[in-house]
Design a protein around this ligand. Sequence first.
Ligand SMILES: Cc1cc2nc3c(=O)[nH]c(=O)nc-3n(C[C@H](O)[C@H](O)[C@H](O)COP(=O)(O)OP(=O)(O)OC[C@H]3O[C@@H](n4cnc5c(N)ncnc54)[C@H](O)[C@@H]3O)c2cc1C
Length: 389
Amino acid sequence: MKYDVIVVGSGYAGSVTAHKFAQDGKKVLIIERRDHIGGNMYDYIDENGVNYHKYGPHIFHTNSDNVVEFLSQFTKWYPYEHRVLGKINNQFVPIPFNLKSIEMLFEEDKAERLKKILIDTYGMETKVPILELRKNDDDEIKELAEFIYEKVFLYYTMKQWDLSPEEIDPAVTGRVPVHISYDDRYFQDKFQNMPKDGYTKIFERMLNHENIDILLNTDRKDLVTIDLENKQILYKGEVFDGKLVYTGAIDELFDYHLGKLPYRSLDFVIETHDDYFQGSGTVNYNTPKEEDAFTRITEYKHMMNNPKLEKTTIAVEYSYPYDIDAEKGNIPYYPIFTDEIKNRYDEYVKLTKEFNNLHLIGRLAQFRYYNMDGIVEAALKEYENIKFK
Ligand SMILES: Cc1cc2nc3c(=O)[nH]c(=O)nc-3n(C[C@H](O)[C@H](O)[C@H](O)COP(=O)(O)OP(=O)(O)OC[C@H]3O[C@@H](n4cnc5c(N)ncnc54)[C@H](O)[C@@H]3O)c2cc1C
C-alpha cells in the first residue's frame, strides 16, 4: 500500500487529521506506540462498571460550536457539569474559591462583610485575581487575598510542580482568582456534556474508514526515520514524499539533537470503595505534602450518566518529574516552561521548517497545553492549511 499521509499518534491531533484526509480520498497510515487508540483520552469500563479515564480525568467543555458540530458526528452526549472541592482547613469547599467557600470558612459576620465588599467593589459574576484583591483598601480583603494564595494555590502548586515558594512565578500567583458568585461549577462554558459511550468510542468511529490503516504497538522509529542531513523523511528506509503528520514529542523526533524538553508527569493509584467515596468528581488536596502527599482524588462515578453501581473507583493522583525510563512518571503530561526551554523549542520548530512535508500538531509536538476543544479546533485548522501543500 502506498500512503499519501502518515500520521504518528492517535490522540485528537492525529485522529482528527487522519479522518479529514481519509474523507478527502487520501490513503492514511496511523502509527501508534500504545496498545490502544485515543491518546490521553482513552477510557474503558473497569471491573466495577465505572468508566475509567486511564490518563486522568477528562471533562468536555467548550464555547466552540464548530468543535461540538464536528465531534457530534461521532457521539451523542449527556449533560455533566464538573464541580471541584478543595481541602482547606480540614473542610471541603468549592474551587475556584467563591462566595460559598467564604461562607464555609469564615464565621458569619466576617463572611457577610467580606462578601459585601467583594460584591460592592467588583460586582457579581466576576473573577478577580488576588493581585487586584491585594490592592484593595480594606485590610480584611487583603488578608483574604493572602489566605487564598496560601490555602488554594501555594501548597497545591508546590506539590504539582515540585517548587519552593521562592521559585513560584509572582506573575502566575497574582492571577489566582476569587469567583464572586454562588455558581460553584468548575467551568462556565456554554457546552458542558460528556460523550454518551465514552471517549474511546469517539475515536473508534472517527477512524473507522476504508482509507485508514492503524498500526498499534508500533513506535514511529520502527518505520519512519528522519534524515537530518538531506532533510528527508524515510518510510521503511525509502524516501517518503507524502505528508508526515507527527503528534508525538518534538525533541524525541529529532533524537534530542538540541537537548530535551522537560515535563511534569503523573501517577494514578487506583482504589475500589463501596457506594460513593467523596462529594464531587474531583477533590483537590490544597494541603502541604507532609499532610497529603497526593494532589487530588478523582471519583469517576460522579462523571457518569446516572450509574447504578454498588462499587466506585477512585484515582489518587501524584505528581512526578518526567523520565521516560522511570517506573513512575514515564508519561510526559505538563510542559515546563522557562526562557531557555522556550528558545530550545523554537530551535526545534526552525528545524522542522527545513522539511517540506513534515507537519507538527498536538500537545507534545507543539510543546504546549491544549484543552480538548482547543486541539480539535487546531487540528481542523491545520488540516485546511496543509491539505494543498
Ligand atoms: C491530566 C490531564 C487532564 C486533562 N483534562 C482535560 C479536561 O478535563 N478537559 C479538556 O478539554 N482537556 C483536558 N486535558 C487535555 C487533553 O488531554 C489534550 O487536549 C489532548 O489529549 C491532546 O491530544 P493530542 O492528540 O495532542 O495528544 P495525546 O492525546 O497525548 O496523543 C498523542 C499520541 O501520540 C502517540 N505517540 C507519541 N509518540 C509516538 C511515537 N514515537 N510513535 C507512535 N506513537 C506516538 C502517543 O502514544 C499518544 O497516543 C487534560 C490533560 C491532562 C494532562
